[in-house]
Design a protein around this ligand. Structure first.
Ligand code: CA
Length: 383
């Protein structure tokens, strides 16, 4: 029986110790990915954002996916050479593209892909890390590796060198399978048994993703933690248009910055949106219930392109209106890694026109910009 993506969800968090979230993720059927950036200042965020941006629009086979990783490796490497503030930046990338009845997983670094099937969890990627190499050579046991002081040292990363060797794994998913992509902030804190237990508990996927992140934070949360989950189901013969998860590309660190507080789980963005709209509707009750409802419906539909307080291009839901003090009629739903400062004045005026659009209309403008923007020239954001 052919299979299709039935459900997908993700959660990301800065963790308990780090100041910023350098993980990024893609949740955009047929592309799913996790990137874990590294480098000084904000360079890690730039590297992971460049990596996930390179996956946008992919829908071909494994060769196209591997080529995308090789190409962005060269771009990250060149950017790190051209700009001293980005020197040494790099990122892991574990990316899955669903192509027909096959899943191609391309992978560099120590972020992982797992396949959960019938209650069993199987790691499908090999870590490109020092301790994993030592285990493969028999010089270290897995138990010793867990406490090894150099367990975070990776042996392959996008951007580290001019060329990169990309691992490729091809999977044939079955109905009921769950694919997990995650950064080492999860697997460094939570054992495979616990991950399998959470995935096997029968929770909705969005909740399962949150529980994985909570488990990592409960165990210390020493690193940024990101989990992307994809559940497969049977595709019916008459299922000509399989259900697609809502497209969403989230440079996770940017999302955390936009929140300005505890970072929002990426997949909870829309649900929280409804709650915000409900609160706004209550606040507007003085205008009359009917007006408030009409405004709430309008706020839910309306989107515009703006810039976050820290200067990144973002799609906002609501109206570009501030009522008083902290009460606004808008909230960010997608925050790009593109700094508004990277645009010239004319581009900025054209993009940030605050015209009300549908969500897809507003996202389309940001996507078009991302595709045409000079990613290599993006400087790291000032804190
Ligand atoms: Ca990490």
């Amino acid at each position: 029986m052919p299979v299709t993506v039935r459900d997908a969800a993700a959660c990301t968090d800065v963790g308990r110790l780090r100041q910023s979230n350098e993980d990024a993720l893609v949740l955009s059927d047929p592309v799913f990915a996790v990137a874990d950036g590294m480098g000084g200042a904000r360079a890690g965020e730039v590297a992971s954002a460049m990596a996930v941006a390179a996956l946008h629009g992919l829908d071909g086979g494994p060769d196209e996916l591997v080529r995308a990783l090789e190409d962005v490796n060269a771009r990250i490497h060149q950017a790190a050479r051209d700009d001293a503030s980005l020197a040494g930046m790099g990122t892991t990338l574990t990316a899955a593209v669903i192509h027909g009845d096959e899943v191609a997983v391309a992978h560099v670094g120590d972020s992982r892909a797992y396949l959960w099937r019938d209650g069993r969890l199987r790691q499908v990627t090999d870590d490109h890390s020092l301790v994993a190499e030592l285990i493969r050579r028999g010089a270290l046991t897995p138990a010793e590796a867990e406490r090894h002081p150099q367990r975070s040292v990776i042996t392959r990363a996008l951007g580290a060198e001019a060329g990169v060797e990309v691992d490729l794994v091809r999977l044939a998913p079955q109905a009921g399978d769950v694919l997990l992509l995650c950064s080492d902030g999860l697997t460094g804190m939570v054992g495979d048994d616990e991950i399998a237990r959470i995935l096997g508990a029968g929770e909705p996927l969005e909740r399962a993703a949150q529980l994985l992140v909570q488990a990592a934070n409960g165990a210390g949360g020493e690193d940024n933690v990101t989990a992307v989950l994809v559940r497969f189901g049977e595709r019916d013969a008459d299922d000509t248009e399989p259900e697609r998860a809502a497209p969403l590309i989230v440079p996770a660190g940017a999302l955390a910055l936009a929140g300005g507080q505890a970072p929002a789980p990426a997949a909870a963005v829309r649900r929280e949106g409804r709650r915000t709209v409900a609160l706004l509707a209550a606040g507007l009750a003085a205008l009359g219930i009917a007006v408030a409802v009409a405004v709430a419906i309008g706020l839910q539909w309306a989107h515009f392109v703006g810039a976050t307080p820290d200067g990144r291009i973002a799609v906002y839901q609501g109206l570009p209106v501030e009522i008083a003090g902290d009460l606004t009629l808008y909230r960010p739903v997608v925050v790009s890694a593109i700094p508004a400062a990277a645009l010239d004045a004319a581009e900025r005026d054209a993009l940030l026109d605050h015209r009300i659009r549908s969500r897809s209309g507003a996202e389309g403008r940001v996507t078009a910009l991302a595709e045409s923007s000079p990613w290599l020239a993006i400087p790291p954001m000032a804190p």
